[in-house]
Design a protein around this ligand. Structure first.
Ligand code: ADP
Ligand code: MG
Length: 342
């Protein structure tokens, strides 16, 4: 056993923080006290071999997504490691939620400037807690030294042919969103000092929405067969809605006055600022959904069972482009969402 002050090697690090006590990981016995994550019976071979072996359900489609978080770009340098661990998985779970898929397995490519125990403890706790909450098992990864970058690949399953897509919306569909928008944008502005809030309880709530987003996995899965299209909101409605509408070959109309804004956001900012965050800031990880008007109530009932609000904000129409209105007047939406190469 190694002393707690000695530097961690690559394989000690994997065993201690990510192998979940799985015997045989990196050839060493599992470390007692390591994070205990889900052990799925469909994992034939998890961490410790050259690749994972996973057994897919009969009659299912395999659903795969990957997302990378880069320090200073996707989260402020010096963010709580637990939040970084949580978010790195949450953003991927959100992609599966948007497909209506059930997540099952994840791999983690971790690039770290140094193997610091306290950072790794926080990071793995944030990652593993969210994984356990969704029944996801970490089945492999890669660990390298370099500038802090976290790539997570998520794999999940969905009943064959039933996945939700961006492109299925029909003219006349209601456009709706889960939860509230703009909270994470406000939270990030509070974390970075670009905004201040007098109401400390509200500020803490907004920061929590940025640091610990809750992917809408159950809602997405339950929306299959009811919604006609879905996508997750990672870049802000103003940036994401054009992609959504284009995928269905339709135009979209949004009544900006109907954007769901949380109490915490309303008490911390002017309505204009709150709307700006809701439209342009991103990081909310709510689901944007198109649903036939006659089935809206059905989907709202699904949301309500999950303690989630579900708000109609507009509709889809024949044509192209997005129109925004406020109090019956045309509204100039803020600049598009984030683009890494612009
Ligand atoms: P290889 O050289 O064959 O790619 P490695 O020596 O990099 O394997 O990794 C050993 C085992 O540990 C592999 O099963 C790999 O999937 C797993 N692993 C490496 N890094 C991580 C990590 N950050 N999280 C989870 N598993 C990891
Ligand atoms: Mg490797």
């Amino acid at each position: 056993m190694q002393g707690d002050q000695e530097p961690l090697g690559e394989f000690d690090l994997i065993d201690r923080y990510f192998a979940s006590g799985r015997p045989g990981a990196s050839g060493a016995p599992g470390t007692p006290g390591a994070q205990v994550a889900n052990r799925r019976t469909d994992v034939i071979l998890g961490i410790g071999d050259d690749a994972a072996l996973l057994r897919c359900l009969e009659g299912s489609d395999l659903v795969a997504a990957v997302d990378t978080l880069v320090a200073g770009r996707h989260f402020p340098e010096g963010s709580a490691p637990r939040s970084i661990g949580h978010r790195s998985l949450a953003v991927n779970l959100s992609d599966l939620a948007a497909m209506g898929a059930t997540p099952a397995w994840a791999t983690l490519a971790l690039t770290l400037p140094s193997a610091e125990r306290s950072w790794l403890e926080g990071f793995s706790a944030g990652f593993m807690e969210l994984a356990a909450a969704h029944g996801v098992e970490l089945v492999g990864g890669d660990t390298t030294a370099g500038p802090l970058t976290i790539s997570v690949q998520i794999l999940g399953q969905v009943e064959r042919g039933s996945a939700l897509r961006r492109g299925g919306a029909q003219p006349g569909d209601v456009l709706a969103v889960t939860g509230t928008l703009g909270d994470a944008g406000a939270g990030l502005a509070l974390v970075t000092g670009q905004a201040t809030a007098e109401d400390r309880v509200a500020a803490a709530e907004l920061i929590e929405r940025f640091e610990y987003p809750m992917p809408r996995v159950q809602f997405g899965s339950s929306a299959r067969g009811i919604a006609s299209a879905a996508m997750d909101l990672s870049d802000g409605l103003a940036g994401d809605l054009p992609k959504f509408a284009r995928a269905s070959g339709l135009a979209a109309h949004v009544d900006v006055g109907r954007l769901p804004l949380s109490g915490a956001l309303r008490s911390s900012a002017t309505v204009a600022q709150a709307r700006e965050w809701a439209l342009a800031a991103g990081d909310d990880y709510e689901l944007l959904v198109a649903v036939p008007a006659q089935r809206f109530d059905e989907l709202a009932a699904v949301a309500s069972r999950l303690n989630l609000t579900f708000t109609a904000i507009g509709d889809l129409r024949r044509g192209t482009g997005i129109t925004w209105a406020l109090d019956g007047q045309p509204f100039a939406a803020p600049a598009r969402g984030y683009d890494h190469f612009r």
